[in-house]
Design a binder for this molecule. Structure first.
Ligand code: GLC
Length: 536
């Protein structure tokens, strides 16, 4: 089987408002990102997933788009975006644009027209239901709290919004909507985008009357239509954010025949530290379960689909603060988590700052900016939750944990901006920053650089079949992958005790390529010690 470029790629996610600010307004921007392309190239990655920079009132930090074909001035201009494509291209880096196709901003001209009256030609581009103002059509809830229905005075109907009231859902059952979105995607491809990250794409075919959001009955037909209209016959990568994916659905989404998307971006391993889908209700970390979930996805998609490998993004906390130890063993555990992830089958993602072992942000409620955090806190306070429990949830899982400005150096505002940062810089930038790590051989950053280079050094990363090693041993996380020619062995200690590993495991392993401690030569795995071995 021949690999597609994105199957051997490593993707780096940039959350532009927090990456690098070129003009001192406290918000990162495209010129700032361009100035850091050498750093990104030095990491060795193949592509950047760029969170939305399109015109937007920023109610949800750009995931509320008011013009898909223009750039929000705080981030720069269309010319800056073209320069980004060109400058990244010179460095062999593709740019994946983040397409929010499930909803627009309520300030998008389509919605401004749609809400004017029931017989406006754009009315049917959104999802409307009749009722009286005090009685929403049903009890569906928005992911950001409150009802999923909002009354609209102008046309005297409710509109449906799975996210904030400023993010009305598009009506994908209208073929004009679908065509307009495909045309817009094709325009970006022509402009130079290397592909798309597709925001909450499993929710586009909603059926509110049946209380269905994800995986509606028309979902896969729509995706296949999009694939034909935009993706097939091109080199574009399409990454589907699918919270609802299970392996069977993922095999459709990422069918190797190319009929749908390139890969799924699913969260089953990420939500294990919470009670069901209620992210704010924290659960103890189930280590054996984490191994089972990872093994299940490795086994099920092998040869039949393609997964994204990630621990972090702009919606989830810093991994070192969840499954690692962000104090005493921060560096060891950050490296261990990277090593463990990078041996798996799929396309690895690094979220900005993960390569430094950046940590969650221990702020006061007023210091957070995220709409999801603010809505949840208000809702839970009204329901009588204690402030202490609310803050505990936010410190563990709030989205702003990952959104704090990138820590470039130990200077003012971590080198992110000369102005007032839109979200406070994590005070630990004095010790955790890129400058300190670049030339230090055993830094988290250099561990990630090695891992990225390793991914290109052997086919087994692409095609090796996964076998777990002693999965019932709680703190010991280990697996082998083999393709008949090469064998990869990864062993990791997910705990803070020492683990005595039977010597015969090493006899089979081959050459040590990377580890989370500078010396790694005994049978004892120290706290958060991980090693990757390769036998060719
Ligand atoms: C996705 C984005 C998230 C956004 C939501 C609504 O989950 O990653 O940041 O709030 O979709 O667009």
């Amino acid at each position: 089987m021949n690999a597609k470029w994105w199957q051997n790629a490593v993707i780096y996610q940039v959350y532009p408002r927090s990456y690098c600010d070129s003009d001192g307004d406290g918000i990162g921007d495209i010129p700032g990102l361009i100035s850091k392309l050498d750093y990104i190239q030095h990491l060795g990655v193949d592509a950047i997933w760029l969170s939305p920079v399109f015109k937007s009132p920023q109610d949800d930090n750009g995931y509320d788009i008011s013009d898909y074909q223009d750039i929000e001035p705080m981030f720069g201009s269309l010319e800056d975006m073209r320069r980004l494509f060109a400058e990244a291209g010179k460095r062999g880096i593709k740019i994946l644009v983040d397409m929010v196709l499930n909803h627009t901003s309520d300030e998008h001209p389509w919605f401004l027209e749609a809400k004017q009256s029931r017989d406006n030609p754009k009315h049917d581009w959104y999802v409307w239901r009749d009722s009286t103002p005090d009685c929403p059509p049903n009890d569906m809830l928005s992911c950001f709290g409150g009802s999923a229905w909002q009354w609209c005075e102008e046309c005297g109907q409710f509109y449906f919004h799975q996210y904030s009231v400023k993010q009305p859902d598009l009506n994908w059952d209208n073929p004009e909507v679908r065509q307009a979105l495909y045309d817009m995607m094709n325009w970006w491809a022509k402009e130079g985008a290397g592909g798309f990250r597709l925001d909450v794409i499993d929710s586009i075919a909603k059926e509110p009357d049946n209380k269905v959001t994800a995986e509606g009955s028309m979902l896969h037909p729509y995706i296949r239509e999009m694939s034909k209209s935009v993706l097939q016959g091109t080199d574009l990568v399409a990454v589907g954010e699918c919270w609802s994916a299970n392996p069977d659905r993922a095999k459709l989404w990422s069918n190797p025949d190319g009929s749908e998307l390139s890969m799924v971006f699913q969260f089953e391993h990420i939500v294990l530290d919470q009670v069901g889908w209620e992210k704010w209700n924290l659960a103890p970390l189930p280590k054996v379960k984490l191994k089972e979930v990872i093994a299940k996805w490795q086994r099920e998609l092998h040869g039949k689909g393609w997964n994204s490998l990630f621990w972090e993004n702009h919606d989830v906390p810093r991994i070192v603060s969840r499954w690692g130890n962000d104090k005493q063993y921060r560096e060891q555990s950050a490296k261990m988590l990277g090593i463990f992830l990078f041996g798996l089958q799929g396309t690895p993602y690094i979220f900005q700052g993960q390569e430094l072992g950046m940590t969650n942000a221990p702020y006061e409620l007023e210091e957070y900016r995220d709409i999801e955090i603010r809505n949840m806190a208000a809702e839970r306070l009204a329901k009588g939750y204690t402030m202490e429990s609310i803050m505990e949830s936010i410190h563990a899982k709030g989205r702003d944990n990952a959104r704090t400005p990138m820590q470039w150096n130990d200077g003012e505002n971590a080198g992110f901006t000369t102005g007032e940062p839109w979200l406070k810089v994590n005070p630990n930038y004095v010790t955790i920053n890129a400058e300190e790590q670049l030339d230090r051989e055993d830094s988290v950053l250099n561990c990630y650089r090695k891992l990225i280079a390793l991914r290109k050094s052997a086919d087994v990363f692409f095609d090796g079949e996964y076998t777990p090693i002693w999965p019932e041993w709680e703190e010991f996380f280990a697996y082998r992958r083999s393709n008949g020619k090469e064998t990869l062995t990864v062993i990791a200690n997910f705990g803070e005790g020492e683990l005595n590993v039977p010597a015969d495991l090493f006899a089979e392993a081959g050459e040590l390529c990377v580890s989370s401690y500078p010396d790694a030569n005994s049978n004892v795995l120290r706290p958060y010690e991980a090693r990757m071995y390769l036998k060719k």
